[in-house]
Structure formats: C-alpha cells, structure tokens
Design a protein around this ligand. Structure first.
Ligand code: FES
Length: 81
C-alpha cells in the first residue's frame, strides 16, 4: 500500500506539490497553515516533508529505521495521486 495523500484534509500529495509550487511554499509549516494538512492526525507529516525534499508524490509506508519515506509507484487504482 502506498501513501499518496493527507486523508484528514482530503488533499493528494500531487495537489500539495502543485499548490506549493504555485504559492512558493517550501516548508511543512507553510503547507499546514494554508491547507491544514499535517495538523489533523499528523500521519501524513513525514510524507509531506519527503514530498518537499524529493518531489515524489507516492511513498511506501515509512519504516521506523528510515529517516524519510521511500518513493514508490502508485497503485493502479491511485494513478491520479
Ligand atoms: S493524514 Fe494528514 S493530518 Fe491526518
């Protein structure tokens, strides 16, 4: 299973990446302030940070020993992610 979105605020990482590029956001705090993403359950926070750091919008579930989640290919049913 891949992580491609903030479930709490219903925004895909692709949407957040596009918004960040359009509005000049470069930090998780800026994305959080504008969209709410990362401020609900917080589970998406490392993935939003990894999206900003790498440009990827699909990640394998982060393992405890990984500093950042690893990019992966979206599942076939989640290609719009
Ligand atoms: S999944 Fe993003 S705040 Fe819960």
């Amino acid at each position: 299973m891949a992580v491609t979105r903030c479930v709490c605020f219903r925004k895909s990482l692709s949407e957040l990446k596009d918004l960040a590029a359009q509005r000049g956001w470069t930090s998780v705090d800026e994305i959080a302030a504008a969209t709410g993403c990362t401020t609900g359950c917080g589970a998406c926070k490392p993935y939003v940070a990894a999206m900003l750091a790498t440009g990827a919008t699909c990640f394998a579930v982060k393992r405890a020993n990984e500093e950042l989640p690893q990019a992966c290919t979206p599942d076939p049913w989640d290609r719009g992610a």
